[in-house]
Design a protein around this ligand. Structure first.
Ligand code: SF4
Length: 181
C-alpha cells in the first residue's frame, strides 16, 4: 500500500512541477511574507511559498484558499528555488481555481472592490493611505509595534506588526525619483 498524500494526483497536471520540490526551504527563507508572519500562520505542515502550493493540494482549496492569496508575487521564491519551480505561477493556478469555483469569500470580494474604487481615484487614495498610515503609527505607540489590529485582527494573531514608516510608499517613491535613484 502506498500513502502518497495526493501527490499522484499532481502527475500530468498543472501542478506537476511542484513534485520536483526537495524541501530545501530556500523559498520560505527568502519570502518577505514568510519573514513577516512566521511559519505558524500557514496553519499546516508546509509553510512558505511551497506550502501555499502544496497545502491546497492536500487539504483542498476550500480550506486553504488564503495561502496562495497571501503572496505579493514578488518572484523571489522562484528565483532562489534550486530546482526552478515556478511557484508564483502555481499559486496563480490556485487563485484561478478558487475564482472559477466561486469560492472567494464575500468579504474578500468586497475588500477588492473597495480597494479598486479608491485605486481609480488617486487623490482619494493618497488621502486614505496617509490617514491610515497615521492611525497605524498611533497604534504602534513609542515602540512602533502593533499588538492587536481592529477589524483585521488575524494579521496580529501570531506576530506583532511593525508600525509603518512616517512616509507613505508614494512619498518615498517620489523622493527617490527626485534624488535620481
Ligand atoms: S526552494 Fe524550491 S525546492 Fe526548495 S523548498 Fe522551496 S519549492 Fe521546494
Amino acid at each position: 500500500m502506498l500513502v502518497d498524500n495526493g501527490r499522484s494526483d499532481m502527475v500530468g497536471g498543472e501542478l506537476q512541477e511542484m513534485l520536483r520540490c526537495i524541501r530545501c526551504a530556500a523559498c520560505m527563507n527568502h519570502c518577505p511574507v514568510y519573514g513577516s508572519i512566521g511559519g505558524h500562520s500557514y496553519g499546516w505542515v508546509y509553510p512558505g511559498p511551497m506550502g501555499s502550493v502544496l497545502t491546497p493540494q492536500m487539504i483542498g482549496i476550500e480550506k486553504a484558499a488564503l495561502l496562495p492569496n497571501a503572496s505579493t508575487f514578488c518572484g523571489k521564491c522562484e528565483s532562489v528555488c534550486p530546482v526552478h519551480i515556478p511557484l508564483p505561477k502555481l499559486m496563480r493556478h490556485w487563485r484561478k481555481n478558487e475564482f472559477e469555483r466561486h469560492l472567494t469569500p464575500k468579504a474578500a470580494r468586497w475588500g477588492i472592490k473597495t480597494w479598486a474604487f479608491f485605486a481609480k481615484r488617486p487623490t482619494l487614495y493618497r488621502l486614505l493611505s496617509q490617514t491610515s498610515n497615521r492611525m497605524l503609527r498611533l497604534l504602534g505607540g513609542k515602540k512602533g509595534r502593533i499588538h492587536k489590529l481592529p477589524v483585521v485582527s488575524g494579521w496580529t494573531d501570531h506576530r506583532e506588526m511593525p508600525a509603518p514608516s512616517s512616509k507613505t510608499f508614494m512619498q518615498q517613491w517620489n523622493e527617490k525619483q527626485k534624488a535620481g535613484h
